[in-house]
Design a protein around this ligand. Structure first.
Ligand SMILES: [Zn+2]
Length: 292
C-alpha cells in the first residue's frame, strides 16, 4: 500500500513519448489495455449492467481539466444529491461514478487503448467508478475490486448516424483548456446517460481469470479474481473493465480539438494511449444483447 502511495508524486510526471514502455511501474500479469476479439471470446451469460441515477442531471459546475495526461472531468453527484453508479453483471458491490477522461491519437494515428477485433479507434472514453466499500481513493487503489471502468470507443466518420451532443460539447470545450492545468466550466447540464448516447450498453467485453491458491491458514484453497489495471501510472491491478465495442461516431471537426492540447512540458498532448498488454491467463468474455 505504502509503495503505491509513495510512488504517486514521482509517477505524476510520466508522459506518452513511448506509450508507456518507459514507465517505471511495477507491473504484474493483470495489465490493461488488451486486444479483444469476438471470435476468441467466451460468450458471457452475465446479466446486464445496471446504471443507477445515470439519467439524472449532474450538479454544476461541471469542470473540464487538462491534467497534462488527458482531458478529464470529475463527476459530481446529481442535482438531487443522488450518486450515479453501476452494479449488476456479477459485481459484488456498487461502484460510484467519480471521473471521466479520454485517450486519443493524432492526425496520423488512432488513439484508443483497447483494440476490438484487431481494430483500434480514434479515441477511447473511460468512465471511472469507485467501489463504495472504500471511502478513500487510496484504499480503492490498493484493492483488487477497487474500480469498475466503462470504456467507450469513439470513431471519426463523415456522416455520424447520431450526433452525440454532450461528447461534442466536451470536445469543443477542450479548446479552452489547451494548456496544462487549465480548467473550464461546461455551461448547461447533462446526465451520464447523455454521455453514453449511441452506446449499446447491453453488449460488452470483460476480461478476467481465477487464480487458485492454497492458503497457509486452515489448509484452505482460495480463489482470487484476476482482472485488469489502470492504463496510466501507477497501473494498479484494481480494475474490472467493461469495454463497449460499438463505437460512438463523431465528426473530425469535433474530435480534432483534442489534438491541440499540450502536456506539462508544453509539448502536443497526442497519442496518450498505452500499448497493448499481454492477456496472460485471463479469459475474454463477450456479452451480446440476447445473453439472458
Ligand atoms: Zn483511461
Amino acid at each position: 500500500m505504502n509503495g503505491v502511495l509513495g510512488n504517486f508524486a514521482r509517477l505524476s510526471h510520466f508522459n506518452y513519448d513511448q506509450n508507456g514502455k518507459d514507465w517505471n511501474v511495477n507491473t504484474g500479469r493483470q495489465q490493461s489495455p488488451v486486444a479483444l476479439t469476438t471470435a476468441k471470446a467466451v460468450k458471457s451469460t452475465a446479466s446486464e449492467l445496471i446504471f443507477i441515477n445515470y439519467n439524472k442531471a449532474l450538479s454544476r459546475p461541471l469542470k473540464l481539466t487538462n491534467n497534462g495526461h488527458t482531458l478529464k472531468m470529475s463527476i459530481p453527484c446529481a442535482e438531487d444529491c443522488s450518486q450515479p453508479a453501476v452494479c449488476g453483471c456479477k459485481l459484488k458491490s456498487i461502484y460510484k461514478a467519480v471521473q471521466l477522461h479520454f485517450h486519443w491519437g493524432s492526425p496520423e494515428k488512432k488513439g484508443s487503448e483497447h483494440s476490438i477485433n484487431c481494430t483500434r479507434y480514434d479515441a477511447e472514453l473511460h468512465i471511472i467508478h469507485q467501489n463504495i466499500a472504500y471511502a478513500l481513493k487510496e484504499n480503492a487503489l490498493c484493492s483488487w475490486d477497487g474500480f469498475v471502468v466503462l470504456a467507450i470507443m469513439v470513431n471519426i466518420v463523415e456522416c455520424p448516424t447520431l450526433k452525440p451532443r454532450v461528447l461534442n460539447e466536451v470536445f469543443n470545450k477542450s479548446r479552452f483548456v489547451r494548456n496544462f492545468n487549465k480548467t473550464s466550466t461546461i455551461e448547461g447540464t447533462f446526465s451520464l446517460s447523455d454521455i453514453l448516447a449511441g452506446v449499446k450498453c447491453t453488449e460488452f467485453f470483460t476480461y478476467k481469470g481465477l487464480q487458485v491458491k492454497s492458503s497457509s491458514q486452515m489448509d484452505a484453497v482460495i480463489a482470487l479474481y484476476i482482472l485488469g489495471s489502470l492504463t496510466a501510472p501507477p497501473c494498479a491491478e484494481v480494475v474490472n473493465w467493461y469495454v463497449f465495442p460499438k463505437p460512438v461516431e463523431v465528426l473530425k471537426t469535433n474530435l480534432q480539438n483534442l489534438w491541440l492540447l499540450a502536456d506539462d512540458r508544453g509539448k502536443p498532448l497526442r497519442n496518450n494511449y498505452r500499448l497493448l498488454q499481454s492477456l496472460n491467463n485471463r479469459t475474454v468474455y463477450y456479452r451480446t444483447e440476447n445473453a439472458t
